[in-house]
Design a binder for this molecule. Sequence first.
Ligand SMILES: C[S@@+](CC[C@H](N)C(=O)[O-])C[C@H]1O[C@@H](n2cnc3c(N)ncnc32)[C@H](O)[C@@H]1O
Ligand code: SF4
Ligand code: SF4
Length: 363
Amino acid sequence: MDNQLEKPQQITFDITDRCQMKCVTCNKWKISAGDVINKELTTEEWKKVLVQLRDWLGEGFWFCFSGGEPFLRKDIFELADYADSLGIKVASMSNAFSIQNLYEKIVDSPIQSLNISLNAISNPLIHDTSRGREGSYEKALDSILTLKKLRDEKKSKLGINIATILFPENIEESIPLVEFVTRNKINGIMFQLLDDAESFQAYSVRSSSQTSTYVMPKELRLKYKSMAKRAIEVINRLIEMKQAGHSIYNSFEQLEAMKIFFNNPDDILRTINCDVGSTNYAIDPYGDVRLCFNMDPVGNIKENTPEEIWLNQKSAECRQLTKSCKMYCRMLNCNFKHNFANFNKSFLQRCKNKIGKILCGIK
Ligand SMILES: C[S@@+](CC[C@H](N)C(=O)[O-])C[C@H]1O[C@@H](n2cnc3c(N)ncnc32)[C@H](O)[C@@H]1O
Ligand code: SF4
Ligand code: SF4
């Protein structure tokens, strides 16, 4: 067993694969809800997991409901209340398409951080097209503004954040999105690098990826190339805005890494190790646990406790596999370790060479 191994820091409950959107970046919605709904963990099974996690990790840790669309689970508030009663802090993601009749409930619930996905602010069509459903922009915007108003009126603890994927069609939206966040006193915004849609499969149909021989699809590589020049300019501006106090959650290190990535995606594979094996713990709707969402499950929560799974042989093997991984999802917010310890020496050396100096702004 690895003596250096600590407890996980990034815990996700992907409570359902089901989703009502048709995002072009994600394949989760392609499954049939009827095929999976009866296979999902029950409320009682999730509650048992919460108790086991609290016994292992102690009070005060955070976990995030995600999916699929987590608010399609009717028991999400019951689970949030239960987690709160155990001293566990609750966050959630949402596409905000079907939460309009839940605003009061959300604000009154113990959810302390709600990340609403929004890919554009000045051009609704960009958001709606990316999400595959007309009217999704209007609903996401209404959710952000109404929840903010209610939160302020009720002095609730709810933090409201925006999650934005960066892709060629919305790159000009990034700065206006940050300005919108600041103008409307939204808690913050996080930018997500576009990843291969193949990585965003429903768990019910997911097969593990060949992470050590992965090759980025040509189409995705061309997409990155087409936006690279402008993306680097925009990220430079985001760095300035963050320095000036705008609430951009991505660390400076991650923003710098994004520039390296856009300059040449392959550089990231040489310079950034992926730490998910020792930080992440994601439980899927059927109880399977993954440290890396592209690899095989390392156990099932119905058969073993969270701690037993974390310390088992499969988890050790998964950690080993992360070392030879050739995938780019190490750049995603949930996988990127937010400090310089993540950058190995060659990254720092690159910063001293010509390209690194330009990208990192080193004189
Ligand atoms: C898989 S969704 C689950 C939560 C919820 N359904 C939502 O969309 O907010 C979590 C996040 O992944 C983002 N996402 C979807 N496809 C992506 C891709 N190909 N690359 C990077 N992020 C992606 C979504 O925009 C969302 O912010
Ligand atoms: S990104 Fe979220 S909203 Fe879009 S299809 Fe995937 S799970 Fe659904
Ligand atoms: S980069 Fe990290 S999260 Fe992505 S497949 Fe490799 S080990 Fe898994």
